[in-house]
Design a protein around this ligand. Structure first.
Ligand SMILES: Nc1nc2c(c(=O)[nH]1)N[C@H]1C(S)=C(S)[C@@H](COP(=O)(O)O)O[C@H]1N2
Ligand SMILES: [Mo]
Length: 182
């Protein structure tokens, strides 16, 4: 599917002096192949990283198009703070990592690190702290480059970060060959 116009961008949020959004207290865990796993509340996400704003439209098969303005830090910067186990100097190493993101109701989806990485997809994915000007109680994943809402996972409970082992070779097939089922 093609998306018309330029790729999505977020804008920096200028903090208003005295602005105090009520803080969410639910914690979600960022764990996996990380040097310092994190347990974060929405308030932590708001206080510890610069906030971006993303005006998004995503489509839902059941509810039609949804328009929202979200705020939150770049997920890339949050994961960076957790100390990814990759060798940051090697792009091929970075290209092997993925994020498995889970919501409060068990809905889960994956992103690749390369989608977020500035040398690859450079997508401004946010764990949101606010939607349409109101603080969120639990964070919601915002994927501005997605046309579909399925990865806008709400009430985040966890993000697992790491690599998967490469697939086992299929016995009798040279590794790397496609199986032709026709
Ligand atoms: N935790 C959780 N987040 C979720 C979902 C879900 O089932 N559980 N559905 C997704 C889908 S399919 C869409 S379109 C968006 C928006 O759903 P809403 O309109 O019900 O808010 O939320 C996404 N986030
Ligand atoms: Mo949806």
């Amino acid at each position: 599917m093609s998306r018309p116009g330029p790729p999505p961008r977020t804008t920096a949020v200028r903090p208003h002096p005295g602005e105090a959004l009520p803080a969410g207290h639910r914690r979600f865990l960022i764990r996996g192949q990380l040097r310092c796993p994190l347990a974060l509340t929405v308030a932590d996400l708001r206080e510890r990283w610069p906030q971006r704003r993303a005006e998004v439209v995503f489509d839902c098969a059941t509810n039609g198009p949804q328009h929202h303005t979200f705020e939150g830090p770049l997920l890339r910067e949050v994961i960076d703070a957790a100390g990814p186990a990759f060798d940051a100097r090697r792009r091929k190493d970075r290209s092997r990592y993925l994020l498995a993101v889970t919501g409060g109701d068990g809905h889960h989806a994956v992103l690749s690190w390369a989608e977020l990485d500035a040398d690859f997809g450079d997508a401004p994915v946010l764990p949101a702290t606010a939607m349409d000007g109101r603080a969120l109680d639990g964070s919601q994943l915002v994927v501005p480059s997605d046309r579909c809402g399925a990865r806008y996972i709400s009430a985040l409970t966890g993000i697992w970060f790491g690599t998967c082992a490469p697939p086992e070779p299929v016995p009798g097939l040279p590794s790397g060959d496609l199986v032709d089922s026709s």
